[in-house]
Design a protein around this ligand. Structure first.
Ligand code: ZN
Length: 276
């Protein structure tokens, strides 16, 4: 297992963690803190302008551990599916422009009014299959991120690594996994599915599960503040040969997003070195 306490290059800061910051602020803040990798969301990259964003990131010498995020395939009709595919192609272009190691894909939930979960699963498979040739052409690996089952209806109907591994089996080259401890820590099948994933793991995300969790989306904890055995999960991930940075991704409307971002960055680094 790698020693994170001595190597800042193994930390990637996800832009969601420092929500108030623009891309420019994120790049400058990470440079000041000696952090060499970022995982930006599309909103701040688009706000900066795609080309400018790529230049800014390269000029600062930062690597992009992953680009968040695209996917959201299921739709009520063909027109909706086309809109999703077009947007996903743009996300591939953006990921290529900023040199991202992978593009994170979440499945999407049930189309409005639908109760057809198997149908939504099929649409996710078919959507990924339609996008894949374009992603391959542009050299952008797709990283399927299963989300916690509480998001099945409205955000992502791929909720386990088993399901995501199955999709990888079916789709072949160019598709891998984003493992996020927050979404998969509860799964009794986790050790087996991480071992099964092997070289497919393209990016690894951490935050913590707070007890109680007060909001389904925006109450994620700083590593060390919750109940996830982050060390054990990282050991499993690294045992597959994963050697990329570890992405600290925290959605926290009532706590971390209200604090001074440089201070949040400092605490992320400290926790990364001590509890992740
Ligand atoms: Zn994540």
């Amino acid at each position: 297992m790698r020693d994170l306490s001595k190597d800042r290059s193994l930390l990637a800061i996800n832009s969601a963690t420092l929500k108030p910051w623009t891309l420019e602020q994120l790049v400058e803040g990470c440079a000041r803190a000696g952090i060499t990798a970022i995982a930006p969301w599309r909103d701040i990259v688009q706000a900066a302008g795609i080309e400018k964003a790529g230049k800014m990131i390269r000029a600062a010498g930062l690597s992009v551990s992953c680009y968040c995020r695209a996917g959201l395939f299921p739709a009520a009709d063909e027109a909706g599916r086309r809109v999703a595919l077009d947007d996903n192609r743009r996300a591939v272009d953006e990921a290529a422009a900023i040199g991202a190691r992978s593009l994170v894909m979440i499945a999407g939930g049930l189309p409005k009014g639908s109760k057809d979960l198997p149908g939504a699963h099929r649409q996710v498979h078919d959507g990924l299959a339609s996008l894949l040739p374009y992603a391959r052409e542009n050299g952008v690996p797709l990283a399927i991120e299963p989300l916690h089952p509480m998001y099945t209806a409205d955000r992502a109907c791929v909720n386990t690594l088993a399901h995501a591994n199955d999709l990888c089996d079916q789709l072949g080259e160019g598709v891998g996994l984003a493992v996020d401890a927050y979404h998969v820590w509860w799964d009794p099948d986790l050790p087996r599915q991480i071992a099964r994933a092997g070289k497919r793991i393209l990016t690894y995300h951490v935050c913590d599960w707070l007890v109680p969790t007060r909001d389904l989306l925006l109450d994620r904890g700083m590593p060390g503040d919750g109940v996830i055995d982050l060390r054990t999960i990282r050991a499993m991930v690294e045992a597959t040969g994963y050697n990329g940075p570890i992405d600290v991704e925290i959605f926290s409307a009532q706590n971390w997003w209200k604090r001074e971002p440089n201070e949040v960055l400092r605490i992320c680094l400290e926790r990364h070195q001590t509890v992740v």
